[in-house]
Design a protein around this ligand. Sequence first.
Ligand code: GDP
Length: 417
Amino acid sequence: MDIVILAVVIAVVALGAISGLVVSSRKKKQLPPAPPSSPSVTAPPAEPHVGEEAEPSTAQPRRTVEEVELPAAPAPAEETAPVVEPETAAEAAAPAPAEPEIEVPEPTAGRLVRLRARLSRSQNSLGKGLLTLLSREHLDEDTWEEIEDTLLTADVGVTPTQELVERLRERVKVLGTRTPEELRALLREELLTLIGTEADRAVHTEPGVGVNGEEKPGVVMVVGVNGVGKTTTTGKLARVLVADGKSVVLGAADTFRAAAADQLQTWGERVGARTVRGPEAGDPASIAFDAVKEGIAENADVVLVDTAGRLHTKTGLMDELGKVKRVLEKHGSVDEVLLVLDATTGQNGLVQARVFAEVVDITGIVLTKLDGTAKGGIVVAVQRELGVPVKLVGLGEGADDLAPFEPEAFVDALIGD
Ligand code: GDP
């Protein structure tokens, strides 16, 4: 019996052991899959952190922050993208600074008539003064002397004064009794003869043909002693041209005066004209050359070149202006050389005119500061001196206070009509 019981116990234990082995072997078989799963996903390392599964959610934001931070450049781009909507962007970005500043200059026609009151001092001394004297009942020698003095004081110049007095004497004698209207008409006629109505006073800015057969803008050189209003006049002239429907490029070749280029550029910006400028104290001739080059490239109508006027060394001036002109001519013709003179400087202005005329061929005169001077007669004197017409007159510091010179309107302003 005991043997039987023992045998049964052994059998049970054996069975148990066998089944245990099977179970354990199954378990072992199940394990292997685990190792292979660990290399396939680098996640296993993550898996151990699965407990930190909350972390991935916190880690993710970190990643996104990094991504946002890195594309910090793209991000603003994205931000600007909606702002930079095609039309609004174009309008807001480019023209915004310039557009509000671009002005529409006043039309040039009739400017002298509009500004006639500015000639008040010349009106009183030259125009009305002469009329009062001529209206005296007895035109004795003293009166004729006074008439002569009036003309000389107004800077008409000695020879033109003598000529005019001579003509007036004759005509008054012929006239006999004089009505105020007759006297005014007579004086008007004689002053017009003195100033000249036949001269071509147009500022020639018509485009021409360049040296390479290309279309070239009209080229205008503006010369004059510093302080006469040369840069201001160049700026005002740009406005005159823009008012007449032309496109303009400015050349800041006055590198002598540091502020001149800035000043000119400001004038240009106001009417949308580009200014070509060089380094401070740079070579004026090369700036002038570049300005015309730019004018050709832009297909501009006119290039205005502002130059420096250092009168204290005539040779230096001659060298510089001569060089600027020669260099400009490498592109083709220079259509105008305008000499700017300050009307208030009288004889000094005539001396300047003489010197400049020796240096370059002046084609036209601009008389500035005719407002506030009694010396309107300088128009006559300077034309005589140079044999060149006054083409423009400056009648104030305002942007549109530069007027084409019209003899009739000028004389009418002097003596009243
Ligand atoms: P630049 O050195 O010859 O270039 O002289 P600017 O152009 O700088 O002008 C000198 C001064 O003259 C400035 O204050 C101008 O405003 C003034 N000016 C220019 N033209 C006229 C004018 O026709 N009338 C008056 N009253 N002042 C003028």
